[in-house]
Design a protein around this ligand. Structure first.
Ligand SMILES: [Zn+2]
Length: 333
């Protein structure tokens, strides 16, 4: 079997085993469930990363010398390498894609094109996060059974299913420890190879959504979580106060107070989410890429929604005035 650098993934009942194969050696990452990998990816704060990409993008042929451009190019490689050290899978895939796409650069012109291409590649990760943040948020917001929620959230999003994953059927006699470690019961084991981050996240997302795993969103802070028990819970265990109290401990009371005192505002808030979500849906269903009128992209919507979640907590804890909160609600009007 032909092996090349990539992330090799083997489903193992509810978890996946992941091997980073650099062309010579395979390193296994801790086993993880699909939902946990998805939640972990959706949690990364990419705002500073996006700002850095804007800066790198701003180096144009007119304002950059070849030496400076080399520096920029190195900065991109460095960014991919040090990205999110606590979960090396992202950095590994970013670097894999960079290596796959790199070719012998012999002129300033080519180096310049390659820089743009690399920046776009890193930006794909931001876009992927925004798409799945939007859909995961919609899924959690909808009421109903898992099937009903999934149907609603996936409606009109056929493009999600167009992603092709590279499947590998690994025989046990492949002389690589990685495949022997998967201990298949049959004389083969089924797995996937990924060389870029978006494809991996698409795969993770589709599998995370396949069964009802009580994938939830915290009613208080808006972050995603997987409840520890089967009992339905609407609040996560993230610590929210200096004395160590969690969303689960302070959330229900805060939300109750919020409903009681600001019911109108809450209705306004829910309406804004629905309204803007429909704008994204409409835009995504269009064939053309050009934005018109009230069209919203996943990026616009997801950025706003994250800000809205933070504004809501800030308002409930008294850090934000009603006026400021309203401004955030209507920011995209
Ligand atoms: Zn929470």
């Amino acid at each position: 079997m032909y092996l090349s650098r990539g992330l090799y993934v083997f489903p193992n009942k509810h978890t996946i085993r992941r091997f980073m194969y650099d062309g010579e050696e395979a390193t296994e990452l801790p086993e993880i469930t699909f939902e946990q990998q998805l939640i972990d990816f959706l949690e990364i704060n990419l705002t500073p990363f996006n700002r850095l990409l804007d800066k790198l993008k701003a180096y144009t042929k007119e304002n950059t010398t070849p030496d400076e451009l080399l520096g920029v190019y190195r900065a991109i490689g460095y960014t991919a390498e040090i990205f999110c050290q606590e979960e090396p899978v992202y950095s590994f895939l970013l670097c894999t894609k960079l290596y796959v796409d790199s070719y012998d650069i012999s002129s300033y012109e080519e180096l310049f094109e390659h820089k743009d291409h690399a920046v776009e590649m890193l930006r794909d990760m931001v876009h992927t996060q925004n798409i799945f943040f939007t859909i995961a948020d919609a899924y959690c917001r909808f009421e109903g059974t898992h099937e009903e929620k999934t149907t609603k959230a996936f409606l009109g999003r056929e493009t999600i299913f167009k992603c092709q994953f590279e499947q590998v059927i690994a025989h046990t006699d492949v002389g690589t420890e990685m495949f022997q470690m998967t201990r298949p019961k049959l004389p083969y084991s089924r797995g996937y190879r990924f060389d870029n981050l978006p494809a991996y996240i698409w795969y993770i997302f589709l599998h995370a959504m396949e069964f009802d795993t009580s994938f939830s969103q915290c009613n208080y802070c808006g972050h995603f979580f997987k409840p520890k028990t089967k009992k339905k819970t609407r609040y996560c265990d993230r610590v929210r106060t200096e004395d160590g109290r969690t969303c689960k401990q302070i959330g229900p009371q805060q939300i109750y107070k919020f409903r009681l005192q600001h019911n109108e505002l809450l209705i306004d808030y829910d309406r804004a989410i629905n309204r803007n979500y429909r704008r994204v849906e409409r835009y995504e269903l269009k064939l053309g890429d050009e934005k018109q009128g009230k069209d919203l992209s996943y990026n616009d919507y997801a950025d706003w929604l994250r800000e809205l979640h933070s504004a809501r907590i800030a308002f409930m804890s008294g850090e934000l005035s009603e006026e400021e909160f309203k401004e955030t609600i209507h920011q995209l009007d």
